[in-house]
Design a protein around this ligand. Structure first.
Ligand code: CA2
Length: 168
């Protein structure tokens, strides 16, 4: 066992993780999030999605998590990614963009894989237009983090690392 593995086994609870020492988390980003930092900085700030990916990669490494990060503007692609996470990932972080408020299909996909899921939004969706107050994903997520900008993604990784570390 390498030094690194010893560290991770200690963190994630013993023999179970020896073969697969790094729990893997998929961060999924929905429509228009590829535009971050390029338009509407008054609402979404100047941080780009690449900046967020870099920050998440660094945090995941510190937490001993393996990270996959993706963005799509297409509902079906996001649903396929959720399905593919079953067996490949232990947890999900999802900023579904506007699909948060509309997509029963994405909610059903998340429910079907039964992976611990944290919903993230850069903005405080509850302080914005009424149509953003509804989240289908919240019905199947462990919880929602919104209003903290890019920091919310890091908070989600912290929460999942704690959750995965406590699993039987
Ligand atoms: O606050 C969030 O993270 C949102 O998920 C962002 C979505 C919005 O539809 C949700 O209600 C809340 C929008 C995605 C980003 O949209 C941009 C559009 C133009 C420029 C930059 C970002």
């Amino acid at each position: 066992m390498t030094r690194q593995n010893v560290h991770r086994v200690a963190k994630f609870g013993g023999v179970r993780n020896i073969g697969n020492p790094m729990p893997s988390v998929l961060i999924l980003n929905g429509p228009n999030l590829n535009m971050l930092g390029q338009r509407q900085p008054d609402i979404y700030g100047h941080t780009t999605l690449s900046d967020i990916e870099a920050a998440c990669t660094a945090r995941a490494e510190r937490l001993g998590l393996d990270l996959a990060f993706m963005q799509s503007n297409h509902e079906g692609v996001l649903i396929d990614a959720v399905h593919a996470a079953k067996g490949a990932q232990e947890a999900l972080v999802i900023n579904a963009g506007a699909y948060t408020h509309t997509s029963i299909a994405l909610m059903d996909a998340v429910a079907s894989v039964a992976l611990p899921t944290v919903e993230v939004h850069l903005s405080n969706i509850h302080a914005r237009e009424e149509f953003r107050h509804t989240s289908y994903l919240s019905k199947v997520a462990l919880g929602q983090i919104c209003g903290f900008g890019a920091q919310g993604y890091l908070m989600a990784l912290d929460a999942l690392a704690a959750k995965l570390g406590k699993r039987e």
